[in-house]
Design a protein around this ligand. Structure first.
Ligand SMILES: [Zn+2]
Length: 81
């Protein structure tokens, strides 16, 4: 199924494409935005996401982000991408 309706996509803002994330980010061990390691119990759970890659089977991933969004944004801007 091709998603051609922008209004029906997820509400989370500007999550990077899963293909550009590290395994640690996909598993919620590292912040999905700034890549900082998250200790267990910290960080904001952004919920399970489903992705269907161009090749292969669909799978779930579990993005998490820093609880301190201001500090996260600073780190994100300092992270070379
Ligand atoms: Zn972060």
């Amino acid at each position: 199924m091709i998603n051609d309706k922008p209004g029906t996509t997820m509400t989370v803002r500007d999550l990077p494409p899963v293909s550009q994330l590290t395994e640690q980010q996909q598993r919620g061990w590292h912040c999905v935005r700034c890549r900082a390691p998250l200790s267990p119990g910290s960080g904001i759970d952004l919920g399970e996401k489903r992705v269907t890659p161009a090749e292969g089977a669909a799978y779930s991933w579990f993005p998490r982000a820093c609880a301190d969004s201001a500090a996260c944004r600073v780190r994100e801007s300092e992270t070379p991408s």
